[in-house]
Design a protein. Sequence first.
Length: 310
Amino acid sequence: MSNGHNPQPAAERSGPAPQEPPFAQAWLRYWFEPASPRPLAVVRMLAGLLGLMLAGSFVADLELWFGPRGMLSTDAMDAWGSRAGGSLFALATTPAMLWTLFATLFVALVAVMVGFASQLACITAAVLWASLLQRGPMLAGPADDCLAILLWCLAIGPCGAHWSVDRLIRDRRGLPPPSDSPWARVSLGLLRVHASAITAAVLLAELKGDVWWDGTAAWWLAVRPSQLLDLTDLYRRSEYLVNLVTHGIVAFEITFAVGLWFSAVRRPLARAGLVAWPLIGLLAGEPFWGAAMAIFCVPDAVTPGSNAAD
């Protein structure tokens, strides 16, 4: 028999569920809130194109550097102290094997650019590119390292969901269009983290040198043998211009590294980076690195409707 008392459900007795602290909410939103994969598609195409250009620079001297009798043979690398054995390219004991591995890398980068089997292509390209850099680390430049990071970030998210062969195949099969994905959010978040971290590392390395404090760094960049743009005549006419360029680079890098984490200035900063990074790369004699840094800016430079990581 009923005693006249109606026990309340457990959910009502316990009251409202406790909310996560603001920091935890921001953390979960940054890493796991579903986001559109469209920005990743743009990054994928640009990274694939950059990878093909960087890989193409190895073609002429591939056997000269990495062949069985090359300047960086596995025996020479072991004597030098580098762990060449940790590279897949160290397994290439004949020119045919070396070219087969390199051709696989090249095909993978083409697949990345056009978006065919996108995630598998990104993983394959990332592994082989890292192996190539490990085979001859003294040949790697800053653009090479940035490309490796871009490929691994793309491998995590659905970078082939838009503007790709994968999407064409999906549409022909009558499958529904891809929706927002938490994996896209992870990829976008990693791209921003690396953009800020790389800029901070560059800035710290610069500020170790006196020339970045006294304003003459732009001059020393201009007279480097690897410089592609000769500005020495222009700099000779005005020391103030040298100081302006030097301190302008430092000011932009500080603003960029910090400003990416503030929504009010993130989008204009990222759009400025699309222009500023290639210019800085050109001034530093590293145009491919400048292009790679600009690629990191793409997700945050797009329109708010694209749901880049907040």
